[in-house]
Design a protein around this ligand. Structure first.
Ligand SMILES: C[S@@+](CC[C@H](N)C(=O)[O-])C[C@H]1O[C@@H](n2cnc3c(N)ncnc32)[C@H](O)[C@@H]1O
Length: 267
């Protein structure tokens, strides 16, 4: 019962409902490729960045896998993947896509687990060589808890690669008025924003600064190896991977980085 939940749990419950309601629009609009491992809008893909290395034979956990496209692309490259998400609708979509786009041998190397990333009891510990996530941590409410959980799921030799919306970009008004340079809306140090979804639900975004992210990772036992703020590219591959150009106008992206990518290894 929603009435019995604490404030944070009510917000989390709303976010799950949001994704169950929104998954169809999200998948239809963005037509995400299951052949490419994407990081963000107009952003180079893994084929350009090579942050994961040779994934053949590796066990990969994808945190916030959504429709499963990146996990499927990684399985096609020889990995064994576990996609984790808290939207049952996204996971149903992912399962259907895996059945359509993978052969029987490949299907044996993919599974999906329903779980909140901040409470991953259903996911085995010390099981993964690589943790991966694309544009999901924007929804995370408790980063120290998230990174401590991920650390437990990785092997000692493991590493984590994730992308999320750049915290500086989140200072801008999301409704661009066509002016350049773009106008700031929020202070960089606000660390939180609220938005109403299409159903009128109030969604809370936690927005760590770059420094916060670095500290959260270090405190959870990670060492940051790479930090990327890719400039927008308009190659066919980047648009094919994940077409988000309506939401992130390339003109604005030339002023302020849209995507932040971090690679961190277990200390
Ligand atoms: C913007 S989508 C990204 C999905 C996928 N990585 C992609 O690139 O298409 C964000 C995803 O994160 C999931 N998500 C958000 N918060 C979560 C949480 N706390 N635990 C598990 N999944 C979460 C949502 O259900 C949604 O599928």
């Amino acid at each position: 019962m929603v009435g019995e939940k604490s404030g944070d749990e009510i917000i989390k419950h709303r976010m799950m409902e949001h994704w169950d309601d929104d998954y169809k629009r999200y998948q239809e609009k963005h037509k995400i490729s299951e052949n490419l491992v994407h990081y963000g809008p107009n952003c180079p893909t893994e084929d350009d960045l090579h942050l994961l290395g040779d994934v053949r034979g590796k066990h990969i956990a994808e945190f916030g896998c959504g429709g499963g496209q990146c996990s499927i692309a990684l399985v096609k490259r020889g990995a064994t993947c576990t996609g984790i998400d808290f939207s049952r609708k996204q996971l149903e979509f992912a399962q259907g896509l895996a059945e359509k786009s993978l052969d029987a041998e490949q299907r044996g190397r993919i599974q999906f687990i329903w779980s909140d990333l901040e409470r991953m009891d259903a996911v085995p510990d010390s099981a993964f060589d690589i943790g991966f996530s694309a544009f999901c941590f924007d929804w995370i409410q408790d980063f120290p808890r998230l990174f401590a959980g991920i650390r437990r799921k990785l092997k000692i030799s493991g590493f984590l690669v994730f992308s999320l919306g750049h915290p500086f970009y989140k200072c801008l008004d999301e409704q661009w008025d066509g002016q350049l340079p773009p106008k700031l809306k929020n202070p960089y140090f606000q660390r939180e924003d609220w938005e109403e979804d299409e159903q009128g639900r109030a969604i809370r975004y936690k927005i760590p600064t770059l420094g916060d992210l670095f500290s959260f990772l270090a405190d959870a036992g990670f060492q940051v190896e790479r930090l990327l703020e890719p400039e927008p590219i308009n190659s066919k591959g980047s648009v094919e991977a994940w077409d988000f150009s309506d939401d992130y106008p390339p003109e604005v992206a030339r002023y302020v980085p849209v995507t932040l990518i971090i690679k961190a290894s277990v200390k």
